[in-house]
Ligand binder design. Structure first.
Ligand code: B12
Length: 454
């Protein structure tokens, strides 16, 4: 049994970048880096099968002129002869993922195709397509294990997919033209806790040198300390993805993982927010110190946490915290309320002071609502100037399918091309002419202290 796992390429659409003045372009992400943690986790837990990885983001970072995703797929399928192809899908990579699975289907209709990840979890109905056999919802680990077990001997002649897989909870099976749900997974799989799987990073060794942040010569890796988020920001996909179940990992398991990656001196914690519970935060810091783990850390931290617990920020700074990513979102209290951010804009200044006083670089991210006028842009620019941080991001408030915000503004969506759902393209009506809106958003990227990109 051979399983090929594919990380699809990024969407090439980035209208903010396209409208940016030359000097702003170098700060606007065309690419973000990091290994595909979800696929690595899935790969690590599979038993009795050969696994191959095709990390297309890594391939394009190694060689920007690499062949198209379809060509890469063709080459891999013809060389490896997989029985199953699995792909991890976020919204903006949906189209590319479907293109890849269509190619697989055209090359060999016997290959079982499986889609998983965030978009498959939130919008399974989008996958009711000929090239898809199974959709795995949620964590997927136990469901995927069972899929592999049930497919050990391939597809017996005359047996339907539904007949083969309907006993596996938590998936959707594509029958002739409909998706059949199989219900909730029958057992609880606590991936953040007792069932945590240490992702084997060997799967992505070939692409390791592309996982470098902010011009660092050293590779970085992702480690999560929690899954989901206890906050309920209306625009965010993370808490809906996890059906609101926030899980925090055991500190010792995080420490074990940190110790197991000596080849990665930089660790980017991939949590929605790494520091949420002060008890967990203090314990994690104490254990990092006790174990003498020397790494550079990048974390997402909310401004309210920093203001409430400045001593914890100070401790982490001593333990190696160098970069903090913080969702400022807006400088206006009423906008933050509208987003259900449960964080006050007035805290931005205080939090930035706390981070800077410990030599921590801040990446502050604002979201720009499509109804911003020139006056709104000017006011945001003035605020952002007065509260300058090392790196600032200005992306577009976007209705990601499956979020509360999507339901609120569905009627205003003017562009349904998923490739543009990556916060860098506007998909709802703007008040300003669209070109002007992009130019003004792009120009904001110049307001920051640092000269680097993170
Ligand atoms: C790490 C990360 C990345 C990494 C790596 C992703 C990769 N695959 O290469 C990088 C940096 C490349 C990345 C890029 C982007 N990201 Co990102 N990223 C994350 C982050 C921080 C963590 C994801 C993660 O590792 N989770 C932990 C793993 C274990 O979970 P998982 O991936 O969901 O996988 C589990 C299941 O879903 C399932 N599963 C997953 N795939 C598959 C496949 C199969 C076959 C099966 C069976 C199961 C399965 O099994 C896994 C184990 O349980 C999340 C935010 C968050 N905190 O969750 C955002 C997030 C996923 N990213 C997001 C976005 C939008 C992007 C970008 C498009 C833009 C941006 N501004 O960030 C860019 C991509 C384009 C570009 N220009 O580079 C959004 C997605 C929103 C959406 N609805 O699509 C998120 C949710 C952030 C947010 N707050 O909105 N990202």
């Amino acid at each position: 049994m051979r399983v090929l796992l594919i990380n699809p390429p990024r969407s090439p659409f980035n209208a903010i970048y396209d409208h940016a003045p030359g000097e702003a372009q170098k700060y606007i992400h065309r690419k973000l880096i990091g290994p595909p943690l979800g696929l690595m986790t899935i790969a690590t837990c599979l038993r009795d099968c050969d696994i191959d990885f095709l990390e297309m983001k890594g391939e394009y970072d190694l060689n920007p002129d690499a062949p198209s995703a379809e060509k890469m797929t063709e080459e891999a399928v013809n060389r490896l002869h997989p029985d199953i192809v699995g792909i991890s899908v976020i919204t903006s990579e949906f189209n590319a993922s479907i293109g890849i699975l269509q190619k697989v289907r055209s090359l060999n209709p016997e290959i079982l195709t499986v889609a998983g990840g965030l978009h498959a979890t939130l919008c399974p109905q989008d996958f009711n397509l000929d090239c898809i056999d199974l959709i795995v919802s949620g964590h997927g680990v136990s469901s995927f294990q069972k899929i592999i077990d049930s497919y050990k001997n391939g597809r017996p002649p005359g047996k339907s997919l539904f007949g083969m897989f309907r006993h596996i909870g938590g998936i959707f099976i594509r029958t002739v033209d409909a998706l059949q749900p199989t219900g909730i997974p029958e057992e609880s799989f606590d991936i953040g806790g007792r069932n945590f799987i240490y992702p084997k990073r060997l799967w992505v060794e070939k692409w390791k040198d592309t996982y470098k942040a902010g011009g660092s010569p050293f590779p970085s890796t992702y480690i999560f300390t929690s899954l989901s988020c206890p906050y309920r920001c209306s625009f965010c996909s993370i808490w809906p993805q996890y059906r609101e179940n926030y899980t925090q990992r055991n500190v010792e398991s995080v420490i074990d993982e940190l110790k197991s990656v000596p080849e990665y001196p930089i660790v980017r914690f991939s949590d929605a927010n790494t520091l949420v519970d002060p008890v967990f935060a203090n314990l994690l810091c104490s254990r990092i110190e006790e174990e003498g783990i020397k790494k550079t850390y990048i974390m997402d931290i909310r401004t309210d946490f920093a203001v409430k617990y400045p001593e914890i920020i100070s401790r982490f700074a001593r333990a190696g915290l160098k970069v903090v990513i913080s969702g400022f979102e807006s400088f206006r209290e009423e906008e933050l309320k509208k987003y259900n951010k449960s964080q006050d804009a007035v805290l931005i200044k205080k939090a930035v002071q706390i981070f800077h006083s410990h030599g921590i670089m801040v990446r502050g991210n604002y979201v720009i609502p499509p109804d911003y006028t020139e006056k709104d842009f000017e006011e945001l620019a003035a605020f952002s100037h007065a509260n300058r941080v090392s790196f600032a991001g200005y992306t577009i408030l976007s209705p990601m399918p499956g979020t509360a915000f999507y339901s609120q503004v569905k009627q205003d969506i003017i562009d349904t091309d998923y490739r543009k759902y990556n916060f860098f393209n506007c998909v709802t009506k703007t008040i300003l002419p669209l070109e002007k809106f992009y130019e003004m958003t792009a120009t904001l990227w110049l307001i920051k202290k640092g000269t680097d990109v993170i």
